[in-house]
Design a binder for this molecule. Sequence first.
Ligand code: ATP
Ligand code: MG
Length: 339
Amino acid sequence: LHICAAYDDAAGLAALADRCTVISTEFENVPADSLRVLARRCRVSPSGDAVAVAQDRIAEKQFIAAQGIAVAPYVAVHGADDLRCAGEHLFPGILKAARLGYDGKGQARVSNREDALAAFEAFGGVPCVLEALLPLDYEISVIIARGFDGANVVFPIARNVHHDGILAVSTVGEEGSLALQEQARQAAQAIAQGLDYHGVLCVEFFVLRNGALVVNEMAPRPHNSGHYTLDACVTSQFEQQARVMAGLPLGSTRLLAPAVMLNLLGDSWFDGETPREPDWAGALAVDCAKLHLYGKEEARRGRKMGHLTVVGHPLAKVQADAASVAQVLGLPAPDVRHG
Ligand code: ATP
Ligand code: MG
């Protein structure tokens, strides 16, 4: 059933509540107050309060820092004066609109104060954060599912590579530093507990060249970097969300085999000007490659159309197979991390 109404339409919300026992949202830009209204009548996951924090970079950074967890050095920008007074240590930096950004949209890399002022004006003067551009070694994400009883499970950590601000590759099952992984898991658990979060939550981290772990941001939902769980874990991130909503026990997050997930952007549909279907037969001829298409009708450059996951043993073979898939589909070659 499709109820078509504005997010804050009282009659639309009432119609939804009439028909549902439990309500979720697939993205974080639903007005938090609408979720709070629904919560008077239904179980809602994630809650309006949690979404209110996750949908606003200023509130999000304040909240995470208040948990004693490191975030990138930043300043909240409500007006041009905040940029005029911003510390020199924030340059070069990234100006990010506080709300409604995704896939690197609503962001500008700024090398100095003048650039930042120009970017702020180009964004229409909306509230922003200016954060320092950090020397990243690599990026990871932790997906956690937390039930209404407070029980939680954490998925294996994914290492993520972005191209042009968009997730391109997630790799799971690398050896990596156990101490760092434990630190990331604990930070995600502290954030979920601090928010009294119910549902699936993703926390994205930077690992800096000096080994420090910094939270980038969180997403109050199943996340692109957790799509590998569909094919490589006992329970997927989507099933966990359904289990939380139904009050069922959380499932095992055990990794069945190492995995590499490749995002499919609309770019793969373009060789010249006219879109054409990518070579699925060629990609699926690769051992243990699994294709997921989202059913979007129009392919556009930069638009997420689907993903492919390669699963198997050992990781080195999975990485070689993922590289073959990438070559067939004209995707950037997934990097392999050594050491
Ligand atoms: P998404 O919706 O894909 O998560 P987003 O639009 O919310 O993206 P961010 O996660 O803030 O954007 O940034 C996208 C990417 O840009 C990061 O994953 C990272 O590669 C890079 N990036 C963001 N902030 C910084 C920073 N302070 N220092 C260095 N790199 C950064
Ligand atoms: Mg991000």
